[in-house]
Design a protein around this ligand. Structure first.
Ligand SMILES: [Zn+2]
Length: 308
């Protein structure tokens, strides 16, 4: 969703709220003629001010008319704001701007729409901190305790984003240990808080970068990985590894580190194979700038299959 589309959507909301209020006002006017008179006088007040009437006496007149209006409404059994437009955002009255500044509701709308559109997100919207279950982790070796700490750390990360230390999180560990669940929970929370989030697998990201390189896709498709507030790279190392894929993903991660942008990466690779695949430079940057979280336990997916 572009900024123009978001503003258009807000404008439509605003118009709909105003239309609804107009309809209610006409309804009032049809059986409370005194309110119709009052509204006519009130709407004339700005013109009388322009014509030079004293601002003070006009203000007093408006106040007394509004008070009379409220009394009439109450007597007829209506709330005083019965025919006021009900805007979705009370900061900008759905105009999209607070003064000269873009309202936070527009940014939030764009972030949510764009995130929900990103390919992986569709199936991951239900993965939340509230439904991350620790019951699949054993008490032995402090597994459950370790995972509880990791889950709490992730939640704190998402809630305090972007005021976190370092450039991001690196989730390590085998398949089915909850890495995707917790990274999706971070993505959902951060996106709901109004930040731009992109969540894709390393393979999807590489495919897009490759398509942009050969002009099969717009440059903006590449830019979104560079400019989003939070990028989540799922399954780094599971993509088809080539010299190009390694260099494309390494440059992207590197660029985000240099620009102080946050990234959450999850991988099944061990530190050794990470180093072997992506090279010494990225390896040491990841260890230096990222918080490494080592997931533990037994494959949850396998445990769930056995249960059924
Ligand atoms: Zn707003």
């Amino acid at each position: 969703m572009t900024l123009n589309e978001a503003l258009q959507m807000k404008t439509e909301k605003r118009m709909a709220a105003m239309d609804e209020a107009d309809k209610k006002r006409r309804e009032l006017h049809s059986f409370l003629p005194r309110i119709k008179q009052i509204d006519a006088v009130i709407s004339d007040i700005p013109f009388r001010a322009l014509a030079g009437e004293s601002a003070e006496s006009l203000k007093a007149e408006a106040e007394s008319l509004n008070a009379e209006r409220a009394r009439l409404l109450a007597a007829a059994g209506y709330e005083a704001d019965f025919d006021e437009p009900e805007f979705e955002c009370t900061l900008c009255n759905d105009g999209g701007y607070c003064g000269m500044k873009l309202c936070s509701c527009v940014k939030k709308l764009m972030a949510t729409k764009n995130y929900a559109k990103s390919t992986l997100a569709g199936g991951l919207l239900d993965k939340r901190f509230e439904n991350f279950s620790l019951s699949y982790y054993a008490e032995e070796n402090g597994e459950k305790e370790k995972m509880k700490k990791i889950a709490e750390g992730c939640k704190k990360y998402a809630e305090s984003f972007p005021e976190n230390k370092g450039c991001g999180l690196l989730f390590m560990g085998g398949t089915g240990l909850g890495k995707t669940h917790l990274s999706a929970a971070i993505a959902n929370t951060v996106s709901e808080r109004g930040f731009s989030v992109v969540y894709e697998s390393a393979q999807q990201i590489y495919d897009t970068l490759d398509a942009v390189r050969f002009n099969r896709m717009e440059l903006s498709e590449k830019k979104k990985y560079e400019s989003c507030a939070l990028l989540l790279i799922d399954d780094l190392g599971a993509e088809c590894i080539t010299q190009y894929s390694v260099s494309a993903l390494t440059s992207l991660i590197d660029l985000r580190i240099v620009n102080g942008k946050k990234t959450v990466i999850n991988t099944n690779l061990t530190l050794q194979s990470l180093k072997k695949t992506y090279g010494e430079r990225l390896y040491s940057r990841l260890l230096g700038e990222f918080t490494v979280l080592q997931f533990v336990g037994k494959d949850i997916r396998m445990q769930k299959i056995k249960e059924n």
